[in-house]
Each structure stands twice: as structure tokens, then as C-alpha cells.
Design a protein around this ligand. Structure first.
Ligand code: PNS
Length: 158
């Protein structure tokens, strides 16, 4: 079975993340979205909220599973019995950090490969950080996040 892990913070999941999940699900037998619990960061959405949001927005995609994890991505990938890490690349500005992370992971786990999917053009500008900033000013986020995330952002910021 070809299994991939798509790790990230997903705070919150954007249409760009969902696009990567959908496309990865067509390339692998199973895709596990790994939601990082990072005790050093204070996210807008708790780990349970982020997992639940992802479960809701991916419920139509049969071969996608959502799980929380803490610690190293490669350890989580091994635990999942997966062989590949999926990451989205939006622009050249992502590349340096993503390359460094992929190379670090390759040294830590030579049996695991990182595969980059280039973000679809219509979402290339999107990030969770900008979504949260725009949301804090009450602007319309319909173009940025799935409807369920829109609802959760409104609840959170009201
Ligand atoms: O959505 P993000 O915040 O860009 O995702 C970053 C993530 C979670 C993939 C990265 O921070 C990560 O893998 N964290 C776990 C710790 C780890 O494995 N570090 C080694 C790679 S540098």
C-alpha cells in the first residue's frame, strides 16, 4: 500500500491545503493528514478543533485520514507505515525552508521521501497566517477557506 503523510499546522485549513489533500489522494492509496501539536506555539484553533475541521472538510474523500501528532514528522510517518511526506510549494519563497526541512528529514530518515506538489495557481497567494489576519478585520473570506472553516472562524472571532 502506498501511503503518504501530509504534515502541517493547519491553523486553519485553507482552500490551498484542501487542494493539496485532494490531489495527493489521487496519487496514493491513503493520505494521512498529520496535524502538529506544538506546545511552543499558541494556535488560534486547538489541536482538537483543527483535527475536527479537517475531518469535516475532507469527509467526502474516502482515502484520507486525519490524525494529530507531536514530535518529529518522520517519526509520525514511520508510525503510520508511510513512505512519503507531502508538502505544498506555493512560490520560490517557500522553497528554501521546504528544501531545508526535506533535507533534514532525509538525513533523519533516509527511507522516507518528500514529495512537493505545486499549489494550484488560484491558491498560490494563500496562507493560514494571512487568512487569520484578514479574518481579524472581519473581511469576507469566502475565496480563502472552505465554508465550514468560514463558520468556525466566525464563531472563534465573534
Ligand atoms: O504548516 P506548517 O507550519 O508549515 O508545517 C510545518 C511542519 C509541521 C511540517 C514542520 O514544522 C514539522 O515537520 N514539524 C515537526 C518537527 C520536525 O519534524 N522537525 C524536523 C523538520 S525541520
Amino acid at each position: 500500500m502506498h501511503r503518504a503523510v501530509y504534515p502541517g499546522s493547519f491553523d486553519p485549513c485553507t482552500k490551498g491545503h484542501l487542494d493539496i489533500i485532494q490531489r495527493a489522494s489521487g496519487l496514493f492509496d491513503e493520505v494521512i493528514v498529520g496535524v502538529l501539536y506544538n506546545s511552543a506555539k499558541t494556535p488560534l484553533f486547538s489541536i482538537d478543533e483543527r483535527v475536527n475541521i479537517l475531518k469535516e472538510v475532507t469527509k467526502g474523500i474516502e482515502n484520507v485520514r486525519i490524525e494529530a501528532f507531536a514530535g518529529l514528522s518522520v517519526d509520525f510517518v514511520r508510525k503510520c507505515n508511510a513512505q512519503v511526506i507531502i508538502r505544498g510549494l506555493r512560490a520560490i519563497t517557500d522553497f528554501e525552508f521546504e528544501l531545508q526541512m526535506a533535507q533534514t528529514n532525509r538525513v533523519l530518515a533516509p527511507d522516507i521521501d518528500t514529495m512537493f506538489l505545486t499549489t494550484s495557481l488560484e491558491y498560490a497567494y494563500l496562507s493560514s497566517t494571512t487568512v487569520k489576519e484578514v479574518a481579524s478585520f472581519g473581511a469576507d473570506l469566502t475565496e480563502f477557506v472552505p465554508p465550514y472553516v468560514l463558520l468556525k472562524l466566525k464563531e472563534k472571532l465573534s
